[in-house]
Design a protein. Structure first.
Length: 382
């Protein structure tokens, strides 16, 4: 059936189809989409993902995370990184009974600076929610800078550190400090980027100041659990794509989407298979041909192409792309990765949405339209 309204025997018949997919109930009406308004408890929250009919949301202003089940309107998790949680983050990393934490809080107050710590990406594995908290150690600057009088209240730098939080519920949290990479390797942990777990190995995004012509340019590192710490345990063989190198992006814009065993950066249609250590350049009308070499810090510029999300089944790979302010659906064969079809998604343009379109874990297409400031998100599922 192509439309949910059709004329039969000179009468208009309205058909409403109810689909149950991964616990998610959808009423599909005249244009095969459904709008689901979320409760006001989620005002100003960002929708991250839909898994098993559960919406994951985050509000970085007040450092709050939710898991909300759609079909029965139940909030399964409401977790907030408040002062007590943040103090435990510091104590897990430094083991000094709050000395480093109290020093940081005092410095922020003395300089009228709000707490700069932030929640990173969220990841659900075995029904537990994980997130990375990035916080800062206060480190003093050298006391003998030429022509400068030393002020211990102002002459300091913020040194970032990262702690993985394993959240079963609001009362049960495990803190795992992510220890850095040996500096001699030239890499550092890129703490705000997506991450995932593969068996007993944690995989985090890594970076280095510049890509190298003579050495590998890895962008994923492996960490193993040792006690309650995560220790660096080598590299994944995936390297920065040719597009990133030729465009001058280097290690910039390396946020990625992971659908086991595949991974794809948002910036280019490059598909990584982490099991076979292969990299496939998918056919795509990539319209962003700018060279970003020499871009100044804080410079504002348009990015005309991006990967929004992808979904894999046994037969095909569906990829949502954005070209300027228009979204497209590309479908590729799992056998040879050739482009099978390309369809314009005309329900919304970029300016209409609060975030890029994405797939639920069951392959449904999800849009999050912009709402008035202070309002809760609405899901449009197609």
């Amino acid at each position: 059936m192509t439309y949910s309204r059709f004329i039969f025997s000179m009468k208009i018949v309205r058909i409403v189809i109810t689909i149950f997919v991964s616990g998610l109930t959808i009423d599909v009406q005249s244009k095969f989409y459904s709008k689901i308004g979320l409760p006001s408890a989620f005002n100003d929250a960002q929708v991250l993902a839909i898994q098993d009919g559960i919406v994951n949301l985050v509000n970085n202003k007040n450092k709050q995370i939710w898991r909300y089940r759609i079909h029965d309107s139940v909030t399964l998790l409401n977790f907030k990184v408040d002062g007590s949680i943040l103090q435990k983050v510091y104590e897990s990393a430094f083991g000094d009974n709050g000395v480093t934490y109290n020093n940081a809080i005092k410095m922020y107050a003395a300089n009228d600076v709000s707490d700069p710590s932030k929640i990173g990406r969220c990841y659900v594995h075995d029904n537990k929610l994980y997130t990375i908290v990035e916080a800062y150690e206060i480190k003093a600057l050298p006391r003998n800078l030429p022509g400068q009088k030393y002020d211990p209240q102002k002459d300091f730098v913020l040194a970032p550190f990262h702690v993985l939080l394993e959240i079963t519920d609001s009362q049960k949290v495990i803190y795992r400090p992510i220890r850095g990479i040996n500096e001699t390797l030239g890499y550092y942990l890129n703490g705000e980027i997506d991450f995932f777990k593969d068996k007993q190995t944690w995989v985090f995004s890594i970076a280095k100041p510049m890509v190298s012509d003579a050495e590998p340019n890895y962008f994923l590192g492996k960490w193993k659990e040792v006690g309650n710490e995560l220790l660096f345990d080598g590299f994944c063989k995936a390297q920065v794509s040719t597009y990133h190198q030729k465009s001058g992006l280097g290690y910039g814009l390396l946020d990625f989407i992971y659908n086991k065993p595949f991974l794809m950066p948002y910036a280019s249609a490059t598909l990584y298979n982490l099991v076979t250590d292969s990299m496939i350049q998918l056919a795509s009308e990539q319209s962003d041909s700018r060279n970003y070499a020499g871009v100044e810090k804080n410079e504002v510029f348009d990015i005309n192409f991006s990967i929004c999300d992808f979904h894999v089944d046994s037969i095909q790979i569906k990829v949502i792309t954005r070209k300027k302010d228009v979204f497209w659906m590309n479908v590729y064969s799992r056998v040879n990765y050739r482009l099978i079809s390309q369809t314009k998604l005309d329900l919304y343009t970029l300016r209409d949405l609060a975030r890029f379109p994405f797939f639920s874990d069951s392959g449904l297409l999800v849009f999050v339209p912009k709402v008035l400031y202070g309002s809760a998100p609405t899901l449009v599922i197609q």
